[in-house]
Design a protein around this ligand. Sequence first.
Ligand code: ADP
Ligand code: MG
Length: 232
Amino acid sequence: MAEGAQDVPVIYLHEIKRQYRQGEATLTILDGAKLALWPGQSVALVAPSGSGKSTLLHIAGLLETPDDGEVYVGGTATSQMSDIDRTQIRRTDIGFVYQSHRLLPEFSALENVMLPQMIRGLKRSETVKRSTEILSYLGLSDRIKHRPAELSGGEQQRVAIARAVANAPRALLADEPTGNLDPQTADHVFNALMQLVKATRVAMLIATHNMDLAARMDRRVSLANGQVVELD
Ligand code: ADP
Ligand code: MG
């Protein structure tokens, strides 16, 4: 990504179209969706179930390819890239958090956070140091040896967040990250996400049904007729 490119969105979705075929029928989920994510800005994506939030997040995270349109990461178009290049961008520039933590059950919190860094090729000792720092930052310094099953729901989600930011991504995409949590725990996990935006200037997009949390973010958008619309 270009140095000092403050006026370039971290991720820019341009005229995204996505359809699913179901037998004879074609469902148009996204139909010319446009969205720019900026450094240090938190954006809430608030829309009904089935409206295409996960689809939009997966496309923004290069986990899914649109039928038409372009995903720019740091100003660079990704549609013509090789799978290897796209995978590389996903590893270094984008962090993803799911509704369920999706941590590897056989590994400790520390190892779960180390893995993406080791895949990227960092030295083991360095990944231990970085992972310990990130987990401590998220209030988990006395949980690093625990396996996922030995953690509470909120702790599991904070480990998942630590894993998502382990490679210092430019964008953090979260798909209903507090959807499985009680209100107090949701608040705690949400605070961790907001703290990261402030501290690292990561661009953050969170799909959520929680209007109280959405109200605390910098910007709110929704989906209508397959397009992104600004709320407020
Ligand atoms: P949301 O996250 O807002 O609930 P999704 O993006 O998951 O919405 O799904 C949007 C619509 O696309 C839904 O109607 C869903 O059934 C449909 N859909 C999602 N993924 C697929 C798929 N792989 N095949 C067919 N239809 C899908
Ligand atoms: Mg969804």
